[in-house]
Ligand binder design. Sequence first.
Ligand SMILES: [Zn+2]
Length: 238
Amino acid sequence: MKGYSILASVLALVIISSVGCAQQEKSSQSAEKTVKSQILQVDTIPTLNATKLELTKQYCLENYGVASYKLDSPKIVLVHFTVIPTLEETVAYFQKDSIESSRTNISKFSQMNVGIHYIVDKDGSIYKLVPDTVIARHAIGFNHVSIGIENIAKDAADLTPAQLESNVKLIAVLKERNPGLEYLVGHHEYNDTSLAHYKLFLAVDESYKPHNKPDPGPKFIADLREKLKAEHNLTFMK
Ligand SMILES: [Zn+2]
């Protein structure tokens, strides 16, 4: 966050505990469980205001049939990459209230700008833009049940090991806070009607449909699932 003027102060320090691997001694064959504490630092970049909340409420009424901006019980963690190459440009994009009119395929359904709950920068730094309890517009038909994570990257090859690590830690913390999170979905697979998460799809206007997305790509999401299982014993449905 060095040199980044819009940033608000560091807010959330989340401590998670996990049971570490057992130290096994050959002689006694006894295993001693150790508890490791891990600190996840999340910096907050506020992007909400009264106008945006009103636009969100309107969006939810028009697209989900409920006049509320609240994300009550998230069920999906939905992972993306930005295509926009830097944190600064990405934040500037998300801070606008309204979507630009040139994005005709989505602007005709609502003036509400796209948004995201978390951004993970290339060095693994995590930023929170929208509270977990407020709906953000990042996945057509699934915003009413999903928490979104954007990774700063031009394409799949641009994603870094530090980003993978931070996604693992962040998702583990989100699961701890929201036990109802059952699905982990890549934006590239969100429109796959054969996957279990698709039963949560909701659209008042049936022409407002998910379309093919490249992000974050099969490798990143496969690595993420593998590490969540190996390091946190967490398995999500797709
Ligand atoms: Zn995406």
